[in-house]
Design a protein around this ligand. Structure first.
Ligand code: XIL
Length: 454
């Protein structure tokens, strides 16, 4: 709330100083790229980059246009940077820094200490020799890139998949303190970089692995071990689906006093289902002030490490998918409505009690509200028959106004407002649901939402 006021004050005095309110109109246009839309929310939107694809013009064009945070998909891993012990090869990875500088993007470093993609010489080390080699690698690499990296994945994937404890690895066998040793070494090498712990299957709050990582971060914060962020890889598929409690997980990590970054997002699937999940992930991040940004793990489906699952935002021809539109829309971009202030800075979160709709669908709303504004997320659920389209309606309190809408079209902005599906989320199978949202000023809606099937 304080932050929103500060922004408003700056804009107002800027407009007056310029002597014309029209100076505000450019900022009232919705952003049309992922990076720009995220930036308006105080966040970044990134992608993994495979350096050998930069010569592909379709790939490069999308990269340059859409993203403002870059991660090397493989080129900053241990085997790539230190192929022989203490002989470093930065040539390829340096090209990522160059490209980032050319397009005004930042770089996430990935990754300094990991059981996987170790060079042969490291795989055969153990004990003190391995521990020292790990620390030397961290120091040399971070010194080379000093001042050029937004956040480093200092340690990657150190937890066991099922029991909440540590994963067995040559690094783990050097002693349980290897992770804190890595973080302390990293802080000394580049004090300006944010230091992250990064892992997968840490999205579902009730999973033991999530709890294991949470407890480690809590312990590090309690004992003053330097850690600034937690990376959730968020590779979603049928075996590891997007969980309904994802926002809770983000909130709980953030409450430990660390930033949260979604670092390797991909969601297997297609069409409306995939688009809805992508939108949900973005809205979850926006709802948590310390969720800094989102990185997708590749550009086109054909670039993905899991290409057969078509998990990315662009198809093989470089055309944006429904998932792209959902992400851009959730970020507040892509339409001509004014961009709202940052909902991530708000608190506390309140819930409006769910309400039943009429006819063959039901609409329920959950609201994040703060003094002067709110974000409402609405779930539309089909009854026993499939929906071809839907319209939900709500009456806003006096003085309230809708300022932006995603994944639906609003009939107006004040009083009785109805929201109708957009192209990709009109069809809802029997018993299934989809969601949309809107942001507004004034008091949030309360009471009944109607739902009409079409
Ligand atoms: C993957 C890359 O996408 C592949 O190209 C490579 O063959 C293997 O690694 N977790 C991580 C990433 O932290 O580094 C992995 O990237 C995907 C899972």
């Amino acid at each position: 709330m304080r932050r929103s006021r500060a922004i408003l004050t700056v804009l107002t005095s800027g407009a007056l100083a310029a002597g014309a309110l029209t100076v505000l109109s450019p900022s009232a246009e919705a952003a049309t790229t992922l990076g720009a839309a995220a930036a308006e929310k105080g966040r970044y939107f990134g992608t993994a980059v495979s350096l050998n694809r930069l010569s592909d013009s379709t790939y490069s064009t999308i990269l340059n246009r859409e993203f403002n945070m870059l991660t090397a998909e493989n080129e900053m891993k241990i085997d790539a940077l230190e192929p022989q012990q203490n002989q470093f090869n930065f040539t390829t990875a340096d090209r990522l820094i160059t490209r980032a500088n050319e397009i005004g993007a930042q770089v996430r470093g990935h990754t300094l200490a990991w059981h996987s993609q170790q060079p042969g010489w490291m795989q055969s080390l153990s004990g003190t020799a391995l521990r020292n080699a790990m620390k030397n690698h961290i120091t040399q690499v971070m010194t080379h890139y000093k001042g050029k990296i937004h956040s480093w994945d200092v340690v990657n994937e150190a937890f066991d998949d099922s029991n909440g404890g540590r994963r067995d690895s040559n690094l783990q066998r050097t002693g349980n303190d290897w992770i804190e040793d890595a973080f302390k070494t990293a802080r000394a090498a580049d004090p300006a970089a944010k230091l992250c712990y990064n892992d997968y299957n840490t999205d579902n709050w009730s999973w033991a692995k999530t709890q294991g990582v949470y407890n480690m971060v809590k312990d590090f914060k309690a004992r003053g071990v330097p850690i600034d962020c937690v990376g959730l890889q968020s590779h979603f598929n049928s075996g590891s689906p997007y969980p309904a409690n994802y926002r809770t997980t983000l909130e709980n990590f953030a409450a430990l006093g660390v930033d949260v970054q979604i670092t390797e997002l991909d969601i297997e699937g297609s069409g409306a289902t995939q688009a809805t999940t992508y939108g949900n992930v973005v809205r979850d991040c926006l709802a948590v002030a310390r969720c800094n940004g989102i990185t997708v793990w590749g550009i086109r489906d054909t670039d993905s490490w899991r290409a057969s699952g078509t998990p990315l935002l662009f198809d093989g021809n470089g055309n944006p998918k429904a998932a792209y539109t959902a992400v851009l829309s959730a970020l507040g971009g892509g339409t001509s409505s004014p961009s709202p202030s940052n909902p991530g800075s708000v608190s506390p979160s309140v819930s409006v009690s769910p309400s039943q709709g009429t006819g063959a669908c039901a609409a329920t709303v959950s609201v994040n509200a703060w003094t002067g504004g709110f974000v409402a997320t609405v779930t539309v659920k089909a009854g026993s028959a499939a929906l071809g389209g839907w319209t939900t309606g709500v009456t806003l309190p006096t003085g309230a106004a809708v300022t932006s809408t995603w994944s639906a079209t609003a009939s107006g902005s004040t009083g009785a407002v109805s929201f109708t599906n957009v192209g990709y989320n009109g069809a809802v199978a029997a018993g299934a649901s989809t969601s949309f949202g809107f942001q507004g000023t004034g008091n949030p809606p309360s009471g009944t939402l109607t739902c009409t099937a079409r």
